[in-house]
Design a binder for this molecule. Structure first.
Ligand SMILES: O=C(O)CCC(=O)C(=O)O
Length: 284
C-alpha cells in the first residue's frame, strides 16, 4: 500500500545552501507560483491554438478541456499536434529565460546547461494506464548525478487531472533496474518494499518541481471526465557535465519523421537558440 504526503515547499529566497541541502536530502524541490502567471497563460494558449479542436480552454474551469476522443502520447491526434507544439519558438525560449536560469543556477550552485530536448505533456481523462510510470531520468536520459528535471504547471492541476509525484530520498540508492511497463516511456524502475510514501500536492499555475536525475517520479492517472492537464519540462545539468546525444534531438523525433530541428526552426524570428549546444564541451 502506498500513501501520499504533501510536497515540502521551498522558497527561492531561502539561502542557496539550504535549498541545495534540501535537494540532496529529498531529491526534489517544489516552488509555489515561481513562473509568472502571464508567461504560463501565454504558453498555454499558444499550445491550445495548435491543439484545437481536440482541446480547448474552458474559461470557468480555467484549464483545458477535451472535446471528443481522449488521447495520449503517440496516439494519432497527439502525433498530429505535437510537431506544431514543438515548433513554437516560445516553448524553447521558456526554459532559457532569466527566471528559469536563475532558479537552475541556484539549485546547481554553478553555471548550467539546459538540455535541447524540451517536453510538453498532455494528460486527458479516459486514458487510464497510459500515464508515465515510475522512473528515473538518469536512465531515460542517460545522465549523471548533476542532471535534474524541471517541470512547470501551466495551469492549476488538481488530484483528478494527473499530477506528477515523487518518491522522496529515492535518488540516494543509485540507478535502479527497469522493467517493461505500459505508459509513456515504456519502462518502470524497481521500487523497494519500504518505499511507500510519495510526495505530491495539487499544483497552482506557475508551480515548479525540480527533481534529481535519480529521484523516482511518475504521473498519476487523469481520473476526471473533462479536464486535461498540460505541462512543460526539460532537463539541465552543471555546465560541462556529459550530455548524451539523444537529448540533442527534439522530443519524439525518433518516431515522427518531420519533427526535426529544420522543421522546428522554419518560422522562428530569432537564431539565438538555434542549435545553441553545438560548442558544448561534453557531448557523447
Ligand atoms: O508530466 C508527466 O506526465 C510526466 C513527467 C515526467 O515523468 C518527467 O518529466 O520525467
Amino acid at each position: 500500500m502506498s500513501s501520499n504526503l504533501e510536497f515540502v515547499v521551498s522558497d527561492k529566497n531561502e539561502e542557496p545552501e539550504i535549498l541545495r541541502a534540501r535537494f540532496q536530502d529529498l531529491g526534489y524541490l517544489f516552488f509555489k507560483k515561481y513562473i509568472a502567471e502571464e508567461k504560463c497563460n501565454s504558453m498555454l494558449h499558444s499550445f491550445l491554438d495548435e491543439i484545437s479542436p481536440y482541446l480547448t480552454y474552458d474559461k470557468d474551469a480555467k484549464c483545458p478541456v477535451y472535446n471528443g476522443t481522449p488521447f495520449s502520447e503517440t496516439d494519432p491526434q497527439w502525433d498530429e499536434v505535437y510537431p506544431k507544439m514543438q515548433a513554437l519558438e516560445e516553448f524553447h525560449h521558456f526554459f532559457h529565460e532569466d527566471d528559469v536560469l536563475d532558479l537552475m543556477r541556484t539549485v546547481s550552485g554553478t553555471e548550467v546547461f539546459v538540455y535541447p530536448i524540451k517536453m510538453a505533456r498532455i494528460s486527458t481523462p479516459g486514458k487510464l494506464g497510459y500515464e508515465t510510470p515510475p522512473h528515473q531520468d538518469a536512465h531515460s536520459h542517460h545522465a549523471g548525478p548533476t542532471m535534474a528535471g524541471i517541470w512547470v504547471a501551466l495551469h492549476d492541476v488538481t488530484l483528478q487531472m494527473g499530477r506528477v509525484k515523487v518518491l522522496p530520498g529515492s535518488h540516494k540508492q543509485g540507478v535502479r533496474r527497469v522493467f517493461e511497463a505500459e505508459g509513456v516511456g515504456g519502462v518502470q524502475c524497481e521500487i523497494f518494499p519500504d518505499e511507500t510514501t510519495w510526495h505530491v500536492s495539487d499544483f497552482e499555475k506557475g508551480d515548479v518541481l525540480i527533481f534529481h536525475s535519480c529521484c523516482i517520479h511518475k504521473a498519476e492517472p487523469n481520473t476526471g471526465d473533462r479536464l486535461a492537464r498540460i505541462s512543460v519540462d526539460t532537463r539541465f545539468c552543471d555546465f560541462g557535465a556529459p550530455v548524451f546525444f539523444t537529448n540533442l534531438e527534439p522530443h519524439h523525433s525518433w518516431r515522427i519523421e518531420e519533427l526535426n530541428w529544420d522543421y522546428i526552426y522554419r518560422n522562428w524570428q530569432s537564431e539565438k537558440l538555434q542549435r545553441y549546444w553545438q560548442d558544448y564541451p561534453n557531448l557523447f
